[in-house]
Design a binder for this molecule. Structure first.
Ligand code: FAD
Length: 377
């Protein structure tokens, strides 16, 4: 049985390591092969980009060699997939190679597409790529007061990152003694502060405490950099001095080009994580079209489930476990405190009041990131 995983981010890496452990004997005997194809030789710890933008981490701290993160039984090639030929059960890569598979897992993540909004790329700061986070860091450090506006497209990865960035920027302005000269406006595309109702209610209390203003039903239409204005599709016009954006997201361009899903989001069975209409193709992480948050924790929970079900298939059993939509996200609120949101398809989160003990757990979780990629509990 040939298992092929495309993408070596959180989902692809954890799944490969879990499968290597579960199928160790089959892999050693050669009855099963497990190959990971990736676009990059290194693994980026994406949550760290938030702290790069705030000047608290350097990019060098965020990378590890992917080969070293993977079990030696996993074949790893840096050779991005350029074409998915699902009917023939093959993928083609940039080097010209063609890989046959019996089971394919697509874990190619998501990417920002700032160019989708006129004027956004050249005028807004972001923290979703290394270069953008470094530029944002310089802009934030040079900022000495004025109007800060936070805008975003949905869906985006890390559902809590915009809230966290708002709280942490506010904390930085307080620390620098400039908060009285700063007017912060957080905008959101739907009629509340977050797509998850309980998180929106919780965030409203936290914003009130800090005097952060908000505007809802704000879908980005265009940015007029010359006049420092952002326009929404709803007709609102907002002035800014420092514009922070979480740009619109798409899945990988190869997914879009292959026509596997609109905007690169692959239609995925919400319980089995198979691609709709393709029983030999699984999808995990950001690239699914599931109505749940795009987060590292989502990819991790899905990888645990898929390991179980793929191992069962290798042994000739039918699928045994079903994904319940589980997601867990910390929400850092500044001043050494954090809250969290834990939820699934049926049970909404109830974020508790921010506390120091939750922040300690978040710090611990971040420190364990590299070890957890190896599939450790
Ligand atoms: C600033 C920021 C903060 C975040 N904070 C958190 C947090 O606190 N908690 C949390 O849970 N999540 C957080 N996230 C979200 C989290 O990082 C993503 O949701 C997660 O990485 C998704 O995992 P994935 O495996 O689907 O994709 P990724 O981890 O993005 O990996 C995708 C992989 O696919 C590869 N790839 C792409 N195209 C191809 C191709 N054609 N061929 C081969 N390989 C390809 C890429 O090189 C990459 O290795 C944050 C993200 C950002 C940007």
């Amino acid at each position: 049985m040939r298992i092929l995983i495309v993408g070596a981010g959180i989902g692809g890496t954890i799944l490969a390591n879990l499968l290597a452990r579960r199928l160790r004997e089959d892999l050693r005997r050669g009855g099963v092969t497990l190959t990971v194809l990736s676009a990059s030789p290194s693994h980026l710890y994406q949550p760290g980009l938030l702290y790069v933008a705030l000047g608290e981490m350097s990019p060098a701290e965020l990378y590890r060699d992917e080969r070293e993160l993977l079990d030696p039984l996993v074949r790893f090639e840096v050779d991005p997939v350029t074409d998915f030929m699902l009917d023939a059960k093959k993928v083609a890569t940039r080097s010209g190679a063609v890989h046959d598979y019996d089971l394919l897992v697509i874990a190619t993540g998501s990417r920002t597409v700032p160019e989708e909004v006129p004027g956004l790329a050249g005028n807004a700061h972001s923290f979703y790529t290394e270069d953008a986070a470094l530029r944002m860091c310089r802009a934030v450090q040079a900022f000495d007061g004025g109007k800060v506006v936070i805008v975003m497209g949905v869906p985006h990865k890390c559902p809590m990152a915009p809230l966290e960035m708002t709280f942490l920027l506010h904390e930085q302005f307080v620390r620098r003694g400039i908060e009285r000269r700063v007017d912060m406006l957080y905008t959101y595309p739907v009629g509340r502060l977050h797509s998850i109702e309980n998180v929106a209610r919780w965030a409203a209390v936290e914003f009130d405490r800090r005097g952060i203003r908000s505007e809802t039903f704000f879908n980005l239409a265009e940015v007029d950099g010359a006049n420092r204005l952002v326009r929404s599709e709803e007709g609102s016009v907002v002035e800014y001095d420092l514009l922070i954006a979480i740009p619109p997201h798409h899945g990988a361009p190869e997914i879009e080009r292959a026509g596997l899903g609109a905007r690169g989001w692959i239609p995925t069975h919400r319980r089995h994580l198979t691609m709709q209409g393709q029983d030999d193709v699984y999808v995990i992480g950001d690239t699914t079209n599931l109505p749940i948050s795009k987060a590292g924790s989502t990819a991790r929970f899905q990888a645990e489930l898929l390991c179980h079900n793929i191992a069962a298939r290798v042994r000739g059993c039918s699928m045994t476990r079903s994904y319940d939509g589980k997601v867990f996200c910390f929400i850092e609120t500044g001043r050494g405190r954090a809250s969290y949101a834990s939820f699934n398809y049926d049970e909404p989160p109830e974020p508790p009041s921010p506390s120091r003990s939750i922040q300690m757990l978040k710090t611990l979780y971040h420190r364990m990131y590299w070890a957890s990629l190896k599939g450790l509990p």
